[in-house]
Design a protein around this ligand. Structure first.
Ligand code: SF4
Length: 841
């Protein structure tokens, strides 16, 4: 028997003496591993009474159980490899995508399989697809179905949910068809898996794909086939793919065969009471302590006033259009709230704002109230769109809105921590003005959605989760790392018999630790000052609130509606601007646009090779707004007139790359390809002249584009090198496709000194070593028959440069006299280009 206890499921496979499966079961454990494990074994007992089994256990949560009940543990990849070796021996590559793990195994006859696994990041796994489906407000099944009918793939970063979310939201706001977004997400997953896992290994047929996402989402398999350029027949979805680790565990044979009685295993698993090894102080002593704290903590309650008290009202409107939620606050002249609205934006921020305001209009009409907006403003992710669509007075940067909200709570605020669903913002202030801002960039581990996901896997509402955390006696120490690591820490704690309450409290601590130590990288908590104000829906969780107090050693302030602080802040800010500017002025009645009458047009920006597709919205009020542009070089939303500029990049490109090709050289058929990458940019005029004058036809690879990058991802050895280096692979393939006779990509340890006083002129190790990486990862000569020349040449001394260059060209049959003249001209061009570049600045 093989048992696979994974992060979300328990699978059991029983095989007979001929390795055939005679029993299999698949059950979700909903984080209640011990009970589900016992139930599943009982089912086996029912079917096979009085039978003893030879058992191996595998899976991410399998080791702890194995230790407790005395059953042999087999690592899950080793188990899956066992199935491949026994049942599918002609496999070259195994791709296994799980809920949180992604693996690739490469098989070579006579050698141990090469196993690659994802490291610190869950980008490119099932969890990532779940997250994206959530963002689009559809199920994963729907996402997979829709993706089958796509027309266009858009680039999406899948390294982390945070980056991907921005890309997906952008596509949603541009009304890109769901089919295209879905397919783009799956394409990104395939691309990410190949880049991070293959790391230079060739994914050759036959490819066996297993794991939930690849088994249940046919469109994901299509994306892998497309990225890997593999035929349908070579990309195999084996029967029982989701059971591979359990099946492999059943196949795995220990030297000494031990038979186990299942009833005694169930007893052992239930009786073990090993305690957690690492716990944190309880958030509260007991329920009374918690209730006392609730009464005494520093909460400034928002002031509300009933809509309808007065028949004529003058008010201020604040809209916080966030990445996942929409918040609206309408307040009177005394900052008393007349109306509030909070809802998920369901991927369409404008629609949500219209819905929110329509509710206010309807309520006012019902109560016979006439209202006048004295001033209105928007902030947040959808600021530009909402401001243009509704013709609001102001667009306010988020940090100012949050500062203004925090000063309402505590005028002396020194530090503001705002934790939303997926964003963390922290603002340090000095004398009432912002002195520093930190945002989460690459990791969402400390955000609210992280807690929400855990609460839902534990089948708890957020209220239950909060209460459990606050009353936990021994909060688990889960550390402060990425979600993937956190999950394994949770599993470890569960193995050590931690309760759900201990996990909930541990997670509350972790969210705060992530914010303080990982995102803000604070070494000294004194930096926060004495007046800490917290905002964002996450602080509705008293556990998180309290954890911040315990960790910082300070009393923390907030309001009873922490999620509304951005909208409150923007309404307050618009009030203060109105007071400063002109108290006679008021916003004309805000007409809500009819979604049908918004004129949208897709444009393609030609500002650079990114060729962003930009959506232009024209509203009935005459306002225009652009979305989808990655920069404001061509399209911009601010009302300030654009200043004419000078494009230094275009001019530099012209100076570096516009060199004539000698027609005689083309006929000679000696074509040398040079990749347009890294340090080859600045040195290109020199190489072009030297090689052309020596009689070669020099061909440059095309400008970098996203498709060119994608072309080369399969051979990238490490996910951690810089993007310009990753691009080199696509350039080399482009030269191979151009059928050049050889490729020239020299190793240049040192460049020419830019200034006499500079201490050295070394290239960074990536730049100088990349020709070597390309040689071994892409093997241009062995695989494509194109010699790859990577002589070691230095620009740091003229004599050394001359010697190394001659050594190279003479190996291609160039005479000394031809070389001398060519070098002279190349040196002259090098100097001229330098002067032109300096002059053009
Ligand atoms: S100029 Fe900016 S918006 Fe235009 S294509 Fe380039 S990055 Fe995109």
């Amino acid at each position: 028997m093989g048992v696979d206890v994974g992060s979300t499921t328990i699978k059991i496979v029983i095989i007979d003496a001929g390795f055939q499966i005679i029993y299999k079961s698949y059950e979700r454990h909903q984080a209640n591993i011990q009970q589900t494990f016992a139930e599943e074994l009982n089912k086996v007992i029912e079917q096979f009474p009085d039978t003893e089994f030879c058992i191996n256990i595998t899976g991410s949560a399998g080791m702890g159980i194995g230790e407790r009940i005395g059953v042999n543990f087999v690592q899950e990849v080793v188990a899956a490899v066992e199935v491949v070796n026994t049942i599918y021996p002609d496999t070259h590559t195994l791709i296994d995508l799980g809920g949180e793990d992604a693996k690739m195994v490469f098989f070579k006859e006579g050698k141990h399989p090469d196993i690659r696994m994802n490291g610190s990041c869950a980008g490119g796994t099932g969890a990532f697809i779940d997250q994206m489906a959530n963002l689009m407000n559809i199920s994963v099944e729907e996402l997979g179905q829709k993706a089958l009918n796509f027309e266009k793939i858009y680039p999406i970063a899948s390294r982390c949910g945070v980056f991907a979310k921005t890309d997906v939201q952008n596509l949603i706001s541009r009304n890109i068809p769901v089919a295209d977004i879905s397919a783009s997400i799956l394409h990104a997953v395939a691309l990410q898996s190949v880049t991070t896992l293959a790391r230079g290994f060739d994914v050759k047929p036959k490819v066996l794909c297993i794991g939930g996402p690849l088994t249940f989402i046919p469109a994901l398999r299509n994306s892998f086939r497309e990225v890997l350029k593999i035929n349908d027949t070579d990309f195999i979805l084996p029967e029982n793919g989701e059971y591979f680790p359990a099946w492999g565990a059943a196949l795995y044979q220990e030297k000494e065969i031990v038979y186990h009685n299942l009833t005694s295993l169930i007893q052992k698993s239930a009786s073990n009471t090993k305690m957690q090894s690492e716990t944190l102080p309880a958030l509260f002593k007991d329920e009374e302590d918690y209730n006392q704290w609730k009464k005494n903590r520093r909460i400034k309650a928002l002031e509300f006033v009933e809509l309808g008290n007065k028949k004529k009202i003058e008010c201020f409107l604040g809209i916080d259009s966030g990445s996942t939620t929409t918040k609206i606050v309408i307040m009177d002249r005394d900052a008393r709230i007349l109306y509030r609205f909070y809802d998920s934006n369901e991927g369409n921020p404008l629609k949500k704002v219209i819905e929110g305001l329509e509710k206010f209009y309807a309520e006012a009409a019902e109560k016979g109230i006439s209202y006048k907006f004295l001033s209105s403003a928007a902030t947040g992710y959808g600021e530009d769109l909402i401001k243009s669509a509704l013709g609001l007075d102001y667009g306010i940067v988020e940090t100012m809105a949050h500062l203004s909200g925090a000063q309402y709570v505590d005028p002396k605020v020194s530090f503001i921590l705002d934790i939303g669903g997926q964003d963390i913002k922290s603002i340090f202030t000095e004398n009432g003005v912002i002195s520093n801002i930190e945002l989460n960039e690459a990791c969402s581990a400390g955000c609210g959605s992280f807690l929400q996901n855990f609460a839902s896997t534990m089948h708890m509402s957020l209220e239950e989760f909060t209460k459990a955390a606050c009353l936990a006696k021994y909060p688990s120490d889960l550390g402060s790392r990425c979600t993937v690591f956190m999950n394994s820490k949770v599993k470890q704690s569960l193995r050590e018999n931690a309760g759900m309450d201990d996990i909930a409290a541990g997670l509350a601590y972790s969210v705060v630790k992530n914010c303080l130590y990982k995102v803000l990288k604070i070494s000294n908590l004194k930096q926060l000052g004495d007046n800490i104000v917290v905002q964002g829906g996450t602080f509705r969780n008293d556990g998180v609130y309290r954890a911040l107090e315990l960790l910082s050693g300070k009393a923390v302030s907030s309001t009873d509606y922490p999620e509304l602080m951005g909208a409150l802040g923007v309404a307050l800010y618009s009030r203060s601007l109105w007071e400063k500017e002109n108290t006679d002025k008021c916003t004309p009645a805000i007409e809500l646009p009819n979604a049908e009458n918004i004129n949208t047009k897709e444009l393609q920006c030609k500002g650079c090779t990114n060729n962003c597709s930009v959506l232009r919205f024209k509203f009935e009020n005459g306002n225009i707004c652009y979305a989808g542009n990655k920069c404001e070089k061509v399209f911009y939303n601010k009302s300030v007139a654009k200043k004419g500029g000078y494009n230094g990049f275009d001019e530099k490109n012209e100076i570096l790359f516009n060199h004539c090709v000698n027609a005689d050289n083309i006929q000679q058929g000696k074509t040398i390809g040079i990749p347009r990458v890294l340090n080859m940019f600045d040195n290109y005029p020199f190489w072009h002249t030297l090689l052309s004058e020596c009689g070669f036809n020099v061909r440059l690879s095309p400008e970098s584009t996203f498709p060119l990058y994608q072309k080369g991802v399969g051979s990238i050895m490490s996910d951690n090198i810089c993007f310009p280096a990753k691009l080199v692979h696509g350039h080399i393939l482009a030269l191979i496709e151009q059928k050049v006779d050889r490729i020239f990509y020299p190793i240049i340890p040192k460049e020419e000194k830019e200034f006499g006083a500079s201490s050295n002129s070394f290239n960074c190790p990536v730049v100088s070593g990349y020709p070597e990486v390309i040689r071994s990862s892409m093997e241009p000569e062995e695989k494509y028959g194109i010699p790859f020349d990577k002589p070691v040449i230095t620009f740091s001394s003229d004599r050394a440069l001359e010697k190394a260059c001659f050594e190279y060209v003479s190996s291609l049959g160039v005479s000394k006299s031809v070389f001398k003249t060519a070098l002279e001209k190349a040196m002259q061009v090098k100097t001229d280009v330098k002067i032109r570049l300096r002059e053009s600045q």
